[in-house]
Design a protein around this ligand. Structure first.
Ligand code: COA
Length: 332
């Protein structure tokens, strides 16, 4: 006998209700890095836009940074932790295979008992999380969802590797996604390209690392990443605009993953963004923080009044996998 299964429905629309960030206390200027990689402050600034980055202290764990950023996002949204229906944590630098860090983060925030899991989508992790969160809100799986992007990339970076030692930083950014009267998160354009899985990766699996005694640091084919990000990602960003029915001139802000200022410049040029569109440059003082970079940049732009609540922004994340995701959003 077949019986009809009831389905749930949620809010008609979803939006980001609040954003919060956590920036580790230790500021690491280029001068501290250059000697080991035979580089210079000028080279790093010109090639990447980075002036300094933050590296976490032992106490600034993935969990601690997530809880700090998550708490700020909840406060900004005016939502209590016990109103959350799900906690998502995007990270590639929580160095325990299991369990997911999201369950501890949910419990520490006071949302214990809710659905909680980690997402492994590297620098696209925040945008992947945003899409999952808005789907949950709109299908009724959760009323409010906390999306955290967090990294301690300093743990995975080889200080002697010229192409990555200057690039990566640590930190956490979080948003609360919930119901809205108007659409606040546009259709996602996302995808992956496993044929380029080798271009940003750990040098070895954990098993190989145990056998060799060498730590499996990150390694990157910088040129290949640069070409892919600069050209293919502008097309993805344009498609996200088209699918949302938003023109470049309708945008107030462009908040791409803070990979590298030259990649940001190439995308802005390809998209023909008008001068009034404010472009996120959080990388200068934060480095590339992978899943954390977009919410951290958004938080800074709100704090400095470069953007205001209700503005329209284009977000795009891209990185190891290779993976990517882009959406048009309303700034919380
Ligand atoms: C990493 C990156 C900055 C390197 O720049 P690049 O121009 O590709 O560097 P190349 O490896 O081609 O080397 C160019 C020159 O710079 C030198 N160089 C490379 N790394 C250097 C460093 N850290 N400091 C000083 N010089 C360096 C090379 O020796 C080479 O010198 P030469 O021309 O005299 O032979 C660039 O590839 C990049 O931005 N890639 C994208 C990285 C990124 O955003 N990743 C995150 C994605 S999520």
């Amino acid at each position: 006998m077949t019986s009809a299964i009831r389905t749930s429905t949620g809010a008609e629309h979803a939006r980001i209700l609040g954003v919060g960030g956590y920036r580790p206390s230790r500021i690491v200027p280029n001068a501290e890095i250059v000697e080991r990689i035979d580089s210079s402050d000028e080279w790093i600034r010109t090639r990447s836009g980075i002036v300094s980055r933050r590296w976490a202290t032992p106490e600034e764990t993935v969990a601690a940074m997530s809880v700090a950023a998550g708490g700020k996002a909840l406060a900004a949204a005016g939502i209590q932790a016990d109103q959350l229906g799900c906690v998502l944590v995007s990270t590639v630098s929580h160095l325990a295979q299991t369990p997911a860090i999201a369950t501890s983060v949910a419990t520490e925030l006071g949302a214990g008992g809710v659905a909680a899991f980690d997402i492994s989508a590297a620098c696209a992790g925040f945008c992947y999380g945003l899409e999952l969160a808005q789907s949950m809100v709109r299908t009724g799986s959760a009323t409010y969802v906390l999306v955290v992007g967090v990294e301690r990339l300093s743990d995975l970076t080889d200080p002697d590797d010229r192409s990555t030692a200057f690039l990566f930083g640590d930190g956490a950014g979080a948003v609360v996604v919930g119901p809205a009267e108007e659409p606040g998160i546009g259709p996602v354009v996302w995808g992956s390209d496993g044929s380029q899985a080798d271009v940003i990766r750990q040098k070895q699996t954990w098993e190989q690392a145990l056998a060799s005694g060498e730590f499996p640091h990150l390694t990157m084919e910088g040129n290949q990443v640069f070409r892919w990000a600069s050209y293919a990602m502008a097309k993805v960003a344009q498609e996200a605009l088209d699918r949302a029915g938003v023109r470049p001139e309708d945008l107030d802000a462009f908040i791409p993953h803070q990979a590298n200022n030259r990649i940001t410049d190439a995308m802005a040029k390809a998209l023909k963004l008008p001068d009034h569109v404010v472009i996120a440059r959080d990388i200068a003082e934060q480095g590339n923080t992978s899943a954390a970079s977009i919410p951290l940049a958004m938080e800074r732009m709100l704090a400095t009044a470069e953007v205001k609540s209700g503005d329209t922004a284009l977000v795009i994340g891209f990185g190891a996998g290779l993976v990517y995701a882009a959406q048009v959003i309303t700034v919380p």
